[in-house]
Design a protein around this ligand. Structure first.
Ligand code: ADP
Ligand code: MG
Length: 308
């Protein structure tokens, strides 16, 4: 039987001189800590008789780290909190990822980005201000997020964020991507113009990169095509890359998002004319897929890039 107050009494008998030092204070703190007390009570039958003495420093670390985290001070392992567990009859301090760290870890596992700006990694739906120009987009994004996380819904139509340069379209969908990944949904966010150029450069070389990226873009649970319409369009990019991805996603009813500086009418004209051909029919068919997959939402506001 390992009653904590008994252990303390014995400990103090054994080391009568320590009363003058701050070890007394340290022991006091440890013995008053609720988690230590609970731990001792839960494991009283398993704890060795010298557990307190031998693990005094560990217990001290446990209490001290908890205090630091609570006070918002720098802790030993930022993003992790200490927990006591029993190991061969002794208390042992284990560090467990806190909620935010778990989310971050999940995000990095679930989110694939391709040539996206760094700032997107920090985009957080919860901190986005509801300015008038983006209120509708934020509301729609929150709705779509809720629907995608609702397992009872099979297909959730994505959004087509249209607006001028710098209003925050990419940032908004970056925040959506982070929220989805944090909730265990596979997301891929592609800067489409870079993706198009890199795939073109990969032609004739080892086709691995192209095959992997294309397969992922086709099949990932949620795909975000960023900045569609900014690339120098070739027939190959339009028909064999964009067309193939959109066709697959439409057939398989997979949520897809687009950001663009072009609205859907301008996009139709843009898709009709490539470097190689002019084909209004093809453009119309592509637009049908885009319209099936996305709903247009306009984002307005100031150009945030000018304020940096
Ligand atoms: P767009 O894609 O519409 O051209 P971006 O999403 O790239 O615009 O946003 C322009 C700049 O403003 C970027 O540097 C981005 O990080 C920043 N930004 C946009 N929205 C926010 C926001 N809500 N909070 C903080 N920074 C933002
Ligand atoms: Mg953008």
């Amino acid at each position: 039987m390992q009653n904590l107050s008994e252990v303390l009494k014995q400990f103090q008998k054994q080391y009568p001189k320590i009363e003058q030092t701050n070890i007394t204070e340290m022991i006091q703190k440890i013995s008053e800590d609720d988690d230590v007390r609970n731990f001792w009570q839960t494991h009283q039958d398993e704890l060795r008789s010298d557990a307190f003495q031998r693990k005094l420093i560990d217990l001290h670390e446990f209490v001290q780290q908890k205090e630091r985290i609570k006070a918002g001070e720098k802790s030993l392992y930022p993003g992790y909190y200490p927990q006591l567990e029993i190991e061969k009859g002794y208390p042992h301090v284990r560090y467990v990822a806190d909620e935010q760290t778990k989310k971050k870890r999940m995000q990095s596992e679930k989110l694939t980005t391709y040539k996206m700006p760094k700032a997107v990694a920090d985009a957080d739906l919860q901190t986005i201000a509801l300015e008038p120009g983006r209120a509708q987009a934020v509301t729609e994004i929150v709705n779509v997020l809720t629907n995608i996380l609702d397992d009872s819904l099979n297909y959730v139509q994505g959004l087509y964020l249209y607006g001028s340069f710098g209003v925050g379209k990419t940032y908004l969908l970056g925040a959506l991507a982070n929220a989805l990944a944090a909730n265990n949904v596979d997301v891929m966010m592609l800067h489409f113009p870079s993706f198009a150029v890199d795939l073109k450069d990969a032609i004739g070389k080892s086709n691995n990169l192209k095959t992997t990226l294309m397969n992922q873009a086709k099949t990932v649970s949620v795909l975000i095509l960023d900045d569609l319409g900014a690339e120098n369009l070739s027939m190959w990019i339009r028909d064999d890359i964009l067309g193939v991805i959109l066709e697959y996603r439409m057939q398989n009813e997979l949520s897809t998002f687009i950001t663009s500086n072009l609205d859907m009418d301008e996009m139709t004209a843009y898709l009709a004319e490539t470097r190689d051909d002019r084909d209004a029919g093809k453009a119309a068919r592509l637009m049908q897929r885009i319209q099936f997959l996305t709903k247009q939402v306009t984002v307005t506001g100031k150009n945030r890039r000018l304020n940096q």
